[in-house]
Design a protein around this ligand. Structure first.
Ligand SMILES: Nc1ncnc2c1ncn2[C@@H]1O[C@H](COP(=O)(O)OP(=O)(O)OP(=O)(O)O)[C@@H](O)[C@H]1O
Ligand SMILES: Nc1ccn([C@H]2C[C@H](O)[C@@H](COP(=O)(O)O)O2)c(=O)n1
Length: 222
């Protein structure tokens, strides 16, 4: 006959790893949206957060650029046109890329359930798509809003454009991107502000000064 050792006899040190494992299995993705104008420094700050905290960085723009260059992608041409025009790609494409990237991250390592979602939601269509596909499946904890003047944003992107190879780091695309940001993204940030979810950071300072504020916020939120 199979005799099972009573688990009640176990000490805390034996139990704890199993409890932690179970909790992480049932853990919903915890999401921080990262927003701000083009060139505000979202990607730069996300990279620093990943170095110091257990977050996975998913940039909607990077995912779209990868999809654009994927051989056989049915969306390559559409994404290319939207990016050059500084317009926001229909959410059906973007949300599927984000969802897949989140699922793949958690499949490889179930402890990786904290995500920085950079450059999303950028308009009402993005937000609706998120709510339709991800509602109940992920918790949006708060929004990091990197605030910076249009002039600083444009200067940084033009400087980056000297080596980035990005098709939208030029003055013509940037003027459109800034308009899209002001008309479509700012209202989304305002909606989250009304919910008390936004941490606004002055992103016009040096990388380290900005990151000092980011650290304070993350320490308080954890
Ligand atoms: N605080 C800062 N001070 C000066 N330059 C910065 C700062 N933060 C980022 N940069 C530089 O500005 C450029 C844009 O930064 P980054 O790519 O992080 O911005 P972003 O908000 O992710 O842009 P986008 O939305 O266009 O992808 C980069 O060349 C980066 O090195
Ligand atoms: N939610 C998103 C994010 C990005 N895009 C497109 C349009 C943007 O101008 C471009 C570059 O994004 P970035 O790297 O600046 O975050 O990608 C979009 O359509 N939807």
């Amino acid at each position: 006959m199979l005799v099972r050792e009573p688990r009640a006899q176990e000490g805390l040190s034996e139990k704890l790893p199993r409890v932690v494992h179970r909790l992480s299995v049932i853990m919903k993705p915890q999401v921080v949206f990262v927003l701000g104008g083009p060139g505000a420094g979202k990607g730069t700050q996300c990279a620093k957060i990943v170095e110091n905290y257990s977050y996975t960085h998913l940039s909607a723009g990077d995912l779209l650029r990868e999809e654009r260059s994927r051989t056989g992608s049915e969306f390559g041409q559409l994404i290319d046109t939207y990016i050059k025009e500084g317009k926001i790609v229909p959410v059906e494409i973007t949300i599927n890329l984000l969802k897949k990237a989140m699922e793949e991250t958690m499949k490889v390592d179930e402890k990786k359930f904290r995500f920085l979602i950079d450059g999303f939601p950028r308009n009402q269509d993005n937000l609706q798509g998120w709510n339709t596909v991800m509602d109940g499946k992920a918790d949006v904890k708060f929004v990091l809003f990197f605030d910076c003047s249009n002039e600083v944003c444009i200067d940084r992107c033009l400087e980056r454009g000297k080596s980035s190879g990005r098709t939208d780091d030029n003055r013509a695309s940037l003027e459109k991107r800034i308009q899209t940001y002001l008309q479509s993204t700012r209202p989304i940030i305002e909606q989250y502000e009304k919910q008390g979810k936004v941490h606004k950071i002055d992103a016009s300072r040096s990388v380290d000064e900005v990151f000092a504020d980011v650290k304070n916020i993350l320490e308080k939120e954890s």
